[in-house]
Ligand binder design. Structure first.
Ligand code: SF4
Length: 348
């Protein structure tokens, strides 16, 4: 008799293999896995841990301090995604700066910020450019547009990061990486294949229930085989070559630099900065921003959460002093943050 094919959900529920730690690199995966109730079907030996893939969460405190400096000391108009406004800096958040009279505008894209700069030639406008390979191209496009438009009042405060070096830095923190599909859609899969050759296993996952269950089931089946592996479980979007167009754009405007990650410290060549030819659009250079060493709240364990070293609920202030309404750290602010996911969906 032909054996009945098991569904991805059944494969996960029936898993009886060795204990496995799977890192959700991407904050959206963390939230979706909670929201879809997938954690509830995991056997006890399957542990999901959060990783460093939430752009706001990994942006260090010093970056917020730089933005506050520009807003208050240089009186520039800061354009930013909403999440960053409430992230605490060393002494002030951008929301605090706004309360002191700074101009802080929430935008939905760098293109909106560039448009605002074009419409307000009397204001100096700085867009806070954070995020990974998914968001960097749109920041680059806004700079190109500003150049075409002849703007001299638009620049970026850049803290963009690239994932490959982070995977290396996190080697050993998990048995399997759940790679962020939207990043791989830009970068392709070559790096993940190389990482598998170095012993780092992973699967690329999409974002629907079916895609996430499939990726987890594949991860568990392959993990039991005992050899490093890589599988692209999001082939409808992720191609091995990625997006050559986006890669070319980033290469044209940006170059690698060392970058500080909250919790992970400085990772060589894991950040991006505008190339010399584009430095007129680099806010750090344009406004001679002094080096600022940010200091996170000592109670906050975002750094450990981002490396999968502890769960948000292990933080002493989780849900008490630190809530989405009164966040102490970035992981509680961002809607991609692990602390916010644990708070919203319960400490499972
Ligand atoms: Fe930081 Fe709050 Fe998370 Fe604790 S609960 S790690 S203070 S964001």
């Amino acid at each position: 008799m032909e054996e009945k094919k098991r569904t991805a959900k059944e494969i996960i529920e029936d898993y009886r293999g060795p204990a496995v730690r799977i890192m959700e690199v991407c904050g959206t995966h963390t939230h979706e896995i909670f929201r879809l109730g997938i954690r509830k079907i995991l056997p006890p030996q399957v542990e999901l841990i959060s990783g460093p893939g939430c752009p706001v969460c990994v942006t260090p405190v010093g970056f917020i301090d730089e933005a506050v400096y520009l807003a208050l000391e240089k009186q520039v108009t800061i354009c930013t995604f909403g999440d960053l406004v409430r992230v605490p800096g060393t002494k002030k958040s951008l929301a605090d700066a706004r309360a002191e009279g700074a101009r802080i505008r929430i935008v939905y894209s760098p293109a909106d910020a560039e448009k605002y700069a074009a419409e307000h030639p009397d204001e100096q406008v700085v867009f806070l450019s954070v995020g990974f390979e998914t968001t960097t191209p749109s920041g680059c496009l806004s700079v190109k547009k500003a150049k075409e438009d002849g703007l001299s009042n638009y620049s970026l405060l850049v803290a963009n990061k690239t994932m490959p070096q982070a995977y290396q830095a996190l080697k050993g923190s998990a048995d399997v990486f759940l790679y962020p599909g939207h990043v791989n859609a830009i970068t392709g899969t070559t790096l993940c294949e190389q990482l598998a050759e170095e012993g780092i296993s992973g699967v690329v996952a999409g974002f629907t229930a079916k895609e996430l269950l499939t990726a987890l089931a594949v991860a568990l089946v392959r993990f039991q085989e005992g050899k490093p592996f890589f599988v692209n479980c999001y082939p409808r979007v992720v191609k091995s070559e990625g997006s050559p167009q986006a890669q070319k754009l980033m290469e044209e405007l940006m170059e690698p630099c060392d970058s500080e990650w909250r919790g992970l410290g400085v990772i060589p060549d894991s950040g991006l900065e505008l190339r010399k030819e584009w430095e007129a659009f680099d806010a750090r250079k344009k406004y001679a921003v002094p080096p600022i060493q940010g200091k996170p709240n000592p109670a906050c364990r975002c750094g450990d959460v981002l490396q999968g070293k502890c769960r948000p609920s292990d933080c002493k202030v989780f849900g008490k002093v630190c809530t989405p309404q009164h966040p102490v750290g970035a992981c509680m602010v961002s809607n991609e943050g692990a602390c916010s996911a644990y708070f919203m969906y319960g400490n499972e």
